[in-house]
Design a protein around this ligand. Structure first.
Ligand SMILES: Cc1cc2nc3c(=O)[nH]c(=O)nc-3n(C[C@H](O)[C@H](O)[C@H](O)COP(=O)(O)O)c2cc1C
Length: 142
């Protein structure tokens, strides 16, 4: 069932993001496509993250995340941030990044970003659904 679900959902074309967060001085990020906009007023989005993922634990503590929306030519970033664990902080430190409002890293060269404060977390199955209020964003740069 799990493999079938994965395969079926894999046929659903989506954009790809790197979800970043900053918890005190610690940063991390992971590749994610299970996200959607929820509301315009107030501006809300959601992202679904496996509860066992390191980033999920960090966001649960920091209560902030940024969605860095990748372009077609950024598959390398998608691959790097699909690796598990805290080691990707080094990758983030190697990249040119900035901060918007929450302190979560914004990766230079992404198509756009959504900088969010977590308003609610729903535990569903093996994932956390993080609802984020968008407190900083940028229009597409292309
Ligand atoms: C294209 C793509 C999309 C992904 N989307 C998600 C997602 O939406 N939610 C999720 O929990 N994992 C997703 N993953 C898997 C995570 O990126 C992967 O488990 C990562 O190792 C988690 O890193 P962490 O343990 O450091 O948090 C995706 C992977 C890829 C390649």
């Amino acid at each position: 069932m799990k493999d079938n679900l994965r395969q079926a959902m894999g046929r659903f074309a989506t954009g790809v993001t790197v979800v970043t967060t900053k918890n005190n001085d610690e940063i991390n990020g992971m590749t994610a496509n299970a996200l959607t906009s929820v509301s315009l007023e107030p501006p809300l989005v959601l992202v679904c993250i496996d509860r066992d993922n390191y980033t999920s634990k960090l966001i649960n503590e920091s209560k902030v995340f940024a969605l860095n929306i990748l372009g077609n030519d950024q598959q390398e970033l998608s691959d790097i941030f699909a690796r598990p664990g805290a080691g990707k902080a080094d990758n983030l430190h190697d990249l040119k990044t900035s901060e918007a409002v929450t302190g979560a890293p914004i990766i230079d060269g992404c198509l756009s970003y959504l900088d969010c404060r977590v308003t609610k977390v729903y535990a569903e199955g093996d994932h956390n659904i993080f609802i984020g209020e968008v407190v900083g964003d940028r229009k597409s740069v292309v």
